[in-house]
Design a protein around this ligand. Structure first.
Ligand code: FPP
Length: 239
């Protein structure tokens, strides 16, 4: 693999710290999520100028249902409003928006909005924005395993022919390249069930910054550090 400096094509972000950002100011957690949604807009806007072609953000995990009803409903409302209010701008700026995760548990209106913006932006190519909602890496792998089991049971697939490519093609990210870089904000250094299969060779960057304070300038700094890394994908550096 080349060690030539380049921007990562696919950046995935675990946007953590909204709750702490708000509670440290004596505000409700939802205020932090609202501020976090503003950051999403800003980062989506600057990403293509920084050479990023694919941006995947973790908005709601399969574990996040354990939060209070108020917080869960507040987050779902934010997702709907983001789609409704940003649709024109995303379309005009060449952003293709997609979603990964199990949508079946989301309310019908949100599911319709998600399907609508996916269709509306399907031909855009400047930035591929993927939002993970009700997403969990293990859940995604289980769902892929079930699809493979059905193919085998119905005689369309020989178990001996199951390869990495077969599994990748059954994941929610079937049409999306693997991330080069995963960033997690807020000082936590866990993977938290995010892109478990896809991030097998990704670099990780952890920053203390809480997501509502994460800026395009910090993203740019992280990307330039990444540009200096030598990614060998299990091989050895060229002489
Ligand atoms: C983690 O912070 C953040 C979330 C669970 C929600 C992420 C959602 C957004 C950034 C807002 C909207 C997104 C879109 C796509 C419009 P946390 O609440 O776990 O923070 P804490 O660890 O400080 O409690």
């Amino acid at each position: 693999m080349s060690s030539e400096k380049r921007a990562p094509q696919h950046v995935a972000i675990i946007m953590d710290g909204n709750g702490r950002w708000a509670t440290s100011r004596g505000w409700p957690r939802l205020v932090g999520h609202r501020k976090g949604a503003e950051r999403v807009k800003e980062i989506v806007r600057c990403a293509p100028d920084l050479g990023v072609k694919w941006l995947t953000i973790y908005a709601f995990s399969t574990e996040n249902w354990k939060r209070s009803t108020e917080e869960v409903l507040g987050l779902m409302g934010l997702f709907s409003r983001y789609i409704e209010r940003e649709a024109d701008r995303l379309s005009a700026e060449g952003v293709r928006m997609r979603f990964i995760g199990d949508r079946s548990r989301l309310d019908d209106r949100l599911q319709r909005l998600m399907a609508g913006i996916e269709t509306r932006t399907a031909n855009n190519t400047r930035l591929n924005l993927t939002v993970a909602i009700n997403y969990g890496g293990r859940d995604e792998i289980i769902r892929a395993g079930r699809k493979i089991a059905c193919e085998v049971a119905e005689g369309r697939l020989d178990p001996a022919d199951v390869t990495e490519a077969t599994v990748s093609a059954m994941l929610d990210t079937a049409d999306i390249p693997d991330p080069d870089l995963v960033i997690r904000t807020s000082g936590e250094t866990r993977v938290s069930n995010f892109l478990l299969w896809q991030a097998a060779y990704a670099e990780y960057e952890f920053t203390e910054t809480l997501w509502p304070d994460f800026s395009p300038a910090e993203l740019e700094r992280i990307l330039s550090r990444f540009g200096g890394r030598d990614r060998r994908f299990g091989g050895v550096a060229p002489a």
